[in-house]
Design a protein. Structure first.
Length: 411
């Protein structure tokens, strides 16, 4: 009984194998008759069936079918007879992919344990000469506003550069690979296909002329895909790593500034800004950010010191000159409150002079701001300056400012 069952199973297996091989033979006939789509459809079940006797030959047949579909459309293009760009480009990609699948089976040992490669030379020669059209096809798809088609074609072009199919070929110098990698990554990024964008940005970043732009894109992808606090911290760590490696690249500093600003964490911003002033004491933006962080906490002296450092590095930087004056003014107000007798609400002449000295310092910076920004396009210096003139009793200067800004006039 067992023997009969085994014979039945063997017969069934033989029948299945025969059926798959019959599909391959039928597809060959259809291919020879020019029925390309029909041949591809007939062949499809045999390609992934374990029962197909010669998988390398089956995949090579699909390669031939798709390559013929490509050349048919390419001939129409050459003759300007109207061609189907999708069919042409996709057939070339599918043909190349089929040739690579053929290669996988072609290198496997036969029943006698020997490897006899039958298809590589012809396929490698075929696709090395046509590889340029993977790139050109991407250009055509892009021109037709088929962005997904362009990504697919350029992606195939990029990946083909390392195909095992070409291992015995001398590859010509590839002058398009860097642009192809970056443009594919950029297009995928614009399409919000971040996985594909990162994949090809990883390629683009290996080319010196694309390294900075590709790294920026990788950082943008990491930032935009961050969903958890861990993701956000990983982005920050990578950003700091790139900044440490290339401290002269402003984009990394700017991205760090954006990160801390969005985090709305003044302590973190202050700590980072302080780090940056140690790394580069000539970084005026770091001093300005440190000043703002100290100003937010009403730490007037550290804020003034930081803003003065920034102003020393760029004397015409209106906002930091203005902020220095504002902080000095705020320091004077705080000092007056501190020195005032809380019972009588009076202040001694000596203490009043201390306050006035600080106000005079604020006056210098606010008047400098006025010189730099006379039309108040960047800063609204008129009100704090007017309050200083009022506090020190300079009526002439008050009248002058009232003429400039009537809203300042006191009743």
């Amino acid at each position: 009984m067992k023997k009969i069952m085994m014979m039945a199973m063997m017969a069934a297996a033989a029948t299945t194998a025969f059926a798959q091989d019959a599909l391959v033979k039928e597809a060959k006939k259809q291919f020879s008759a020019g029925e390309l789509d029909k041949a591809a459809a007939t062949l499809a079940p045999a390609l992934n069936s374990a029962e197909t006797t010669d998988k390398a030959a089956a995949w090579n047949l699909l390669n031939d079918i798709k390559y013929k579909a490509y050349t048919d459309e390419y001939q129409k293009l050459a003759l300007q007879q109207g061609y189907d760009v999708d069919r042409m480009v996709n057939a070339l990609i599918d043909g190349f992919n089929a040739a690579q699948e053929c290669e996988k089976y072609d290198v496997q040992p036969n029943a006698k344990g020997k490897v006899k490669i039958r298809f590589r030379k012809n396929n490698a020669t075929r696709y090395l000469s046509e590889r340029q059209w993977l790139y050109n096809g991407g250009v055509l798809q892009y021109q037709n506003k088929n962005m997904k088609g362009a990504i697919k074609a350029w992606g195939a072009y990029i990946e083909s550069s390392k195909s095992p199919l070409f291992q015995e070929m001398t590859m010509p110098q590839d002058t398009l690979l860097a642009d192809a990698a970056y443009n594919t990554a950029l297009l995928a990024y614009q399409e919000k296909d971040y996985e594909t964008a990162k994949k090809f940005a990883d390629v683009a970043v290996t080319f010196p002329d694309k390294e900075d732009d590709a790294m920026n894109m990788k950082l943008f992808i990491q930032k935009e895909t961050a969903q958890t606090k861990a993701d956000s911290l990983a982005y920050l760590a990578e950003l700091k790593k790139q900044h440490a490696a290339k401290p002269d690249k402003e984009q990394y500093f700017n991205l760090l500034q954006e990160y801390y600003s969005r985090a709305n964490d003044n302590e973190a911003m202050k700590a980072w800004a302080k780090e940056e002033t140690v790394i580069n004491a000539n970084n005026k933006m770091a001093w300005a950010l440190l000043g703002e962080a100290e100003m937010n906490e009403e730490h007037w002296d550290p804020a003034i010191e930081a803003f003065k450092k920034a102003a020393e590095l760029d004397p015409s930087w209106t906002p930091v000159v203005f902020n220095t004056g504002v902080c000095l003014n705020s320091k004077a107000i705080a000092l007056q409150d501190e020195l005032m007798d809380k019972k009588t609400m009076n202040i001694s002449k000596e203490n009043k002079e201390k306050v006035t000295q600080v106000l005079r310092q604020a006056q210098v910076y606010l008047e400098k701001t006025r010189e730099l920004d006379p039309n108040r396009e960047t800063t609204n210096w008129s009100y704090p300056l007017y309050r200083i003139y009022y506090a020190i009793g300079d009526k002439a200067k008050m009248a002058e400012l009232e003429a400039v800004d009537p809203s300042l006039k006191m009743d």
